[in-house]
Structure formats: structure tokens, C-alpha cells
Design a protein around this ligand. Structure first.
Ligand SMILES: C[S@@+](CC[C@H](N)C(=O)[O-])C[C@H]1O[C@@H](n2cnc3c(N)ncnc32)[C@H](O)[C@@H]1O
Length: 334
């Protein structure tokens, strides 16, 4: 047994972090008990006065910087999180990880041909379908060579491969554990391959060029988004399309669009799907809550609630208030 396999490494790393966090918390607790009157005073000030809002604001600013704005810390954090999650939750049924897409009726469906496994993650796959076809007004992808950057646990690309029949598909993801998961789950074939790689360094992978490059809810993890667009541009055939969907704070959209067009790709289509993502989150709420109850302990439940987009999460609130928007862009290399 290889104790230092990538899976074991990320679990060991997690428990090391957790150990350090527990020691720091214990030291803070001892200090808090030692200086009890000051602690109680501070507690009431923070909890029951307007200062509370300042603390929450500072917390959100630090959090947003670390997870969404910084260059190196963001890349390291997301890289670690996805690798760890795959090692800790190797569940075969969990194959897609985006917030999903639903139309605005009571069942939100746009797909009728899903099997039992795919049905579980219907809304996540519907987002893939939108990215790969509807947004481009295509029925299938026959003859097209497709690359997905940030393919995660592979379910979305597998759906595209089996339902839209492209010539072949390649999925690239930063997390080695997820790539191993994909190889085990979907097998290896010439027509569907998964490999480990960095969105900001795709040309290193020595892969061919593509007619369609897709990117689903992954770009917010990248340290340098412009570098990613440069890499995509190099790998696209002339006439090929780059379709990207992700969320951004409303005030960041302008810069995001400038970066997308910084290498000369021509913007062909832009769709704001925030309301459809919200609808998907509402319709998927029960499944996510049940999943968290079944698979997460108390610690992970809090963590998952934050990122899963359930209705109590900050991201759900921000989509509702349109402080954060979710968009699809299609750009062509001319
Ligand atoms: C929210 S998940 C989405 C996964 C998949 N697209 C889906 O919808 O199921 C984000 C993915 O981006 C990947 N990712 C993050 N940073 C990356 C990078 N620099 N290069 C390639 N993939 C990256 C993560 O490992 C993760 O699998």
C-alpha cells in the first residue's frame, strides 16, 4: 500500500491543517478564560452593537480576497480543496459540481433523455447542455474535437461525450485525485480522456488543437485568468469556439469581459443565466440537504453549506440580489 499516494497526501495534509487549527483555537480559549472579564466585554460589544457589522464585513473581505481575488493563495486553496474532497468523498455517484441550470417552470427540465445516474445531477448536466449546444444553437457536436478545462469529477464531459457525439473529448483538471476518479469511473478510451493539468499552462500538455473549448464554473479558481485565455486561444482552431460559464461579482464583470477579449477572440454570444441558476438551486435544494445529512459530519456540513449554494448560503443570497451574476459567453477565434 502506498501511504503517500495523492489521495492519502491530501487527507494527511487536511488533518495537519486541522491539527494546527485546533492548537491555535485551544491557545485562544486559554487566553479567553485567563482574561475572562475582557473576553465577556468584547463578546457583548461584538454581538450586540453595530460593530458586529464591521466584523462581518472584514471577515467577508478576507474570505473574498483569499478565495476569489488573490493570485497564489486562491490557486493553492482551491487546488487543495478539490483534491481533498475527492479523496475524502470518493462517492461514485457524485460526478458534477456546478450550481446547475433550470428553466423557469415547476420542474425546470430541458433534457428528457437522462439515465438514472444522470437524473440525480440533472441540473448540473443541463448547464453543460446549455454550454455545449443551446447557447450555440447546435443539435449535436458531430465531428467536433472538444476540450474541457476544469473537468472536475468528469460527469459533464461524459454527458457531452455520450449524448452529443463529438469526435473526441479531453478533460483537463488541476486535481490529480479527480483525474484518477474520472479514469476509474469512465474507463479509458480514445474518444474520452482525462488528464491532469493547469488551466494557466495548457500548452505544456502537448495536446492537439480543438474546435470547441468549454469551461464550466472553474475560472473563478484561477490565479491569473488572462493567462488562461491566452492558453485557450493557442489551443483553438481558427473558427473554433470557446464557451465559458461562471459567476463573478457584478462589479467585476467589465474586467472579466475585457480579459476574455484580450487575445482577439470575438464575442458571439452572452447570456445572463443568474435567474436560471437560482431556479436550479431552488429545485435541487432538497437533494443537496439530504446528501449533506447522509455524507457530511457537523464540520463538513458547515463547509458544504457555504459552497453548495443551498438557500441559507451567502452565494444564493448574492445571486438573488444580483450582487453576483452567472453568465455564459461564447467567443470565436477568427
Ligand atoms: C466547481 S468545480 C467544477 C467542475 C466541473 N466543471 C463541473 O461542473 O462539474 C471547479 C473545478 O475547477 C478545477 N480547477 C481549479 N483550478 C484549476 C486550474 N488552475 N486548472 C485546471 N482546473 C482547475 C477544480 O479542480 C475543480 O474540479
Amino acid at each position: 500500500m502506498n501511504l503517500l499516494s495523492p489521495q492519502n497526501k491530501s487527507v494527511i495534509l487536511f488533518f495537519l491543517f486541522a491539527g494546527v487549527a485546533i492548537i491555535v483555537s485551544l491557545i485562544l480559549l486559554v487566553l479567553a478564560i485567563t482574561f475572562f472579564p475582557i473576553t465577556i466585554g468584547l463578546f457583548f460589544i461584538v454581538k450586540y452593537t453595530p460593530i458586529r457589522h464591521t466584523f462581518v464585513k472584514i471577515y467577508h473581505q478576507i474570505y473574498d480576497y483569499l478565495f476569489y481575488q488573490s493570485e497564489k493563495p486562491r490557486k493553492i486553496l482551491w487546488g487543495f480543496i478539490y483534491d481533498f474532497m475527492c479523496a475524502y468523498f470518493p462517492l461514485n455517484k457524485w460526478r458534477a459540481m456546478n450550481y446547475g441550470y433550470a428553466i423557469l417552470n415547476e420542474n425546470g427540465r430541458i433534457l428528457n433523455n437522462l439515465d438514472e445516474q444522470q437524473e440525480e445531477e440533472r441540473f448540473c448536466l443541463q448547464l453543460y447542455h446549455m454550454v455545449a449546444t443551446n447557447c450555440l444553437k447546435l443539435k449535436d457536436l458531430q465531428g467536433k474535437r472538444v476540450l474541457e478545462v476544469g473537468s472536475g469529477r468528469g460527469g459533464g464531459l461524459h454527458y457531452i461525450h455520450s449524448s452529443l457525439k463529438p469526435e473526441y473529448c479531453v478533460g483537463v483538471d488541476y486535481s490529480q485525485n479527480q483525474v484518477d476518479f474520472c479514469k476509474t469511473t469512465y474507463g479509458s478510451s480514445q474518444k474520452l480522456q482525462y488528464m491532469q493539468g493547469d488551466a494557466e499552462n495548457l500548452t505544456n500538455l502537448n495536446i492537439q488543437s480543438f474546435d470547441l473549448i468549454i469551461n464550466v464554473e472553474s475560472s473563478h479558481c484561477y490565479g491569473n485568468f488572462q493567462r488562461f485565455v491566452q492558453e485557450v486561444t493557442k489551443l483553438l482552431n481558427t473558427g473554433g469556439l470557446f464557451v465559458i460559464t461562471d459567476f463573478r461579482a457584478a462589479q467585476e464583470i467589465k474586467q472579466f469581459e475585457q480579459d476574455l477579449q484580450s487575445t482577439g477572440l470575438k464575442l458571439e454570444n452572452k447570456v445572463d443565466i443568474t435567474i436560471n441558476v437560482l431556479q436550479a438551486l431552488k429545485l435541487d435544494e432538497k437533494r443537496k440537504q439530504q446528501w449533506m445529512t447522509r455524507h457530511c459530519g457537523i464540520i463538513f456540513r458547515k463547509f458544504f453549506s457555504k459552497f453548495s449554494g443551498v438557500q441559507s448560503s451567502r452565494i444564493f443570497q448574492e445571486f438573488s440580489e444580483r450582487k453576483t451574476l452567472y453568465l455564459i459567453y461564447a467567443l470565436r477565434k477568427v
